[in-house]
Design a protein around this ligand. Structure first.
Ligand code: NAI
Ligand code: PHE
Length: 362
């Protein structure tokens, strides 16, 4: 299947998109007051009710929003299986005409979304994602219980981002070990693209372990603070792909690496939090491997947020159990790398085979 995160491909048409996807259901509705299309894609409930965040974003059209929701929902199915969580994969997209909606309009849109979740009766649980936070989950929880990641005051487990960062950190260590025979960060140069909720704590962990950290963000304040405090190096967003480093950690938007970019990358490893960083997940993974660049599949390395939300809110895990599972992401990646070597396939293919085996009950 082609997956390009709505970046480079012309739409196939809504019917063809849904046919090639192979998921279970797509709920499409329209919020008249804000002019937003709203999508809830449920890819699989094979392992349990579907779960995946709510993404608030501007798209060229409804078809692009549907495609993004479907692709992201499929990635959630793989993420849950790879993390051995008893949930399926789903995703919501609120395709807003502008992301800075007035607060009351945003609130009513979230209530509309909550009514849709309620209508699904627990087949799908949402949570925070790009441009939505615990505060938005608090608003959704005013109308339905099917939202993870609300604040502690509203009965939730709070932001998933710090645990996502811990999982990415462990994934970077495992990737260094597989590449250089040593997981140590000291002396390694790591570039973090996007210093938001996940990127910021990741930068701090890497710096504390002695890595030489390079940061980039389109919001200058985010890198300025890190520069003043930790003395990290800063590169312009347009220079990220051409910057020489041991590890490139995409922690901003998806679709950052396409076929034309791979020959110009100057890193040994791609390992970050961003969902769907490859425009064509199989083709680009093959191209990265052909160029000797190790790729940590997104749905394995960024599973810490899902583990945090589901561990705390449905499995009743203690903090220590959640932390142990998040740190286990490093071991899952080691298994993926060993299988990729043994089977002579890309790390993406190896990770998908691992997830498929778990989906089949293995
Ligand atoms: P965020 O919105 O808090 O941070 C993203 C950062 O990227 C912002 O600081 C933004 O200014 C920056 N950015 C945007 N475009 C950029 C560009 N072209 N170059 C450099 N920086 C740019 O988002 P968050 O929560 O940190 O998530 C980051 C990524 O990780 C997203 O792709 C998200 O889907 C993924 N992810 C997040 C999880 C979580 O628990 N928060 C869990 C799994 C994946
Ligand atoms: N949106 C985050 C992710 O992609 C966190 C999340 C996980 C939200 C599971 C809801 C359910 O992993």
């Amino acid at each position: 299947m082609i997956r390009d995160n709505g970046v480079a491909r012309k739409g196939l048409g809504m019917d063809a998109e849904i046919r090639r996807w192979g998921g279970e259901s797509v709920l499409l509705s329209y919020d008249d007051p804000t002019g937003s299309f709203m999508v809830i894609a449920i890819h699989s409930t094979r392992l349990g009710p579907a779960a995946g965040g709510t993404r608030l974003k501007t798209y060229p059209g409804a078809e692009d929003a549907v495609r993004d929701a479907c692709d992201l929902a499929e990635a959630m199915t793989l993420k849950m299986a790879a993390a051995r969580l008893p949930m399926g994969g789903g995703k919501s997209v609120l395709a807003v005409p502008r992301t800075d909606l007035p607060p009351e309009a945003r609130r009513l849109l979230l209530h509309h979304h909550a009514r849709n979740l309620e209508m699904l009766g627990g087949r799908y649980w949402t949570g925070p994602d790009m441009n939505t936070s615990s505060a938005d989950m608090d608003v959704i929880r005013e109308r339905t219980r099917y939202a993870f990641g609300a604040s502690a005051a509203a009965g939730g487990s709070g932001s998933s981002a710090p645990d996502t960062a811990v999982g990415v950190f462990e994934g970077i260590r495992a990737s260094l070990e597989a590449t250089y025979g040593d997981p140590k960060l000291a002396g390694r140069r790591v570039l973090v693209q996007g210093c938001g909720a996940v990127g910021d704590p990741l930068v701090r962990m890497l710096h504390a372990e002695g890595a030489s950290v390079v940061v980039s963000d389109v919001v200058f304040d985010r890198v300025e603070g890190l520069y003043d405090e930790l003395d990290v190096e800063v590169v312009a967003p347009s220079s990220v792909l051409a910057t020489e480093c041991d590890v490139y950690a995409p922690c901003a938007m998806g679709g950052v690496i396409g076929a034309a970019d791979v020959p110009h990358l100057r890193c040994a490893i791609v390992a970050g939090a961003a969902n769907n960083p490859l425009r064509d997940r199989h083709g680009d993974a093959d191209r990265l491997a052909a160029h000797g660049i190790r790729y940590a599949p997104d749905f394995v390395i960024n599973g810490g947020g899902a583990i945090h939300l589901i561990g705390h809110e449905t499995l009743g895990w203690t903090r220590a159990q959640v932390e142990q599972a998040v740190r286990g992401i490093g071991d899952t990646l080691r298994e993926v790398y060993a299988r990729a070597d043994a089977d002579g396939v890309s790390t993406e293919e190896a990770a998908e085979r691992l997830a498929a085996a778990r989906l089949a009950g293995g």
